[in-house]
Design a protein around this ligand. Structure first.
Ligand SMILES: [Zn+2]
Length: 267
């Protein structure tokens, strides 16, 4: 087991740990990435939790967003489009609109193209993995640039378009349409939950990047992988709940570590 802390991590140690991770990945048959808020923070998107988190600044929002939406979908859309929304949502939306993929996102695309990464399960809703060009992607908490029917699950891409009115009901089943992003109190859509579980069941190595591993049910997948015998590798500047079950914990950011990992595997 390798333990490093950001303060102690010299360049030599960083390179040594990267090489150790590269060896595990090159000897694995099916590597699945799992990314969390830390990945988005490096693109300038504020997290909810932690010292600079939106909830720390603005307070924790009501956790019944989904039941509020279901009670009155048209009213919800009208409040949303008329800016009568929480300050933390406005700040988040502005940051999401201007965010671009960083070097870590592009390194994951490089790992996928070279056959070292079979898929990515992300908890982020920013669509930056898709924008960077990642192909085998499971967005477990949805994608902010899509709408989804809550009855049949059909998704429609919005691109950069921001809806100004409540969208029409689903063209396939006439069901209620909402943003694909999973709300508080909303179950993870069954298709993405099944897809994520299928990927985790195939994995003999999981690369957990920038995730505090505290948000269920996504975090539970990491313990399922470990229990099934997969090697867990962590890239995160801080120690997490996941650290005790990791074969290697690299105390670094995705933007720093992933390009070095891609380079190490490409040599
Ligand atoms: Zn539908």
């Amino acid at each position: 087991m390798t333990r490093t802390s950001a303060q102690e991590l010299s360049n030599t140690e960083l390179v040594g740990t990267i090489e150790q991770i590269a060896t595990i990945i090159s000897e694995s048959h099916y590597v699945v990435g799992m990314t969390g808020a830390g990945m988005s923070v490096e693109s300038g998107i504020p997290p909810f939790r932690g010292a600079d988190g939106l909830w720390t600044k603005y307070g924790v929002p009501r956790m019944d967003g989904y039941s509020e939406f279901k009670k009155d979908p048209i009213g919800w859309w009208n409040r949303r489009t008329n800016e009568k929304i929480d300050a933390h949502i406005v700040e988040l939306r502005d940051a999401l609109t201007s965010a671009k993929p960083h070097a870590g996102h592009y390194a994951l695309v490089g790992l996928e193209k070279q056959g070292y990464l079979q898929s990515l399960v992300t908890q982020n809703i920013d669509a930056l993995d898709e924008k960077a060009g990642l192909e085998n992607l499971v967005e477990i908490h949805g994608n902010r640039t899509k709408l989804r029917c809550i009855d049949c699950g059909d998704r429609v891409s919005l691109g950069d378009f921001v809806p100004l009115y409540a969208p029409d009901s689903c063209i396939k089943c006439d069901g209620i349409v909402k943003f694909d992003t999973v709300m508080f109190g909303e179950p993870i859509p069954s298709d993405v939950m099944v897809a994520a579980r299928t990927e985790i069941d195939k994995a003999d190595c999981v690369l957990a990047i920038g995730t505090s591993a505290t948000v269920r049910p996504a975090s539970g997948l990491l313990w399922i992988a470990e229990a099934a015998g997969a090697t867990i590798i962590e890239i995160n500047p801080i120690e997490t709940k996941l650290s005790p079950i990791c074969e290697v914990s690299l105390r670094s950011t995705a933007g720093e570590a992933l390009p070095l990992l891609l380079q190490s595997l490409s040599d």
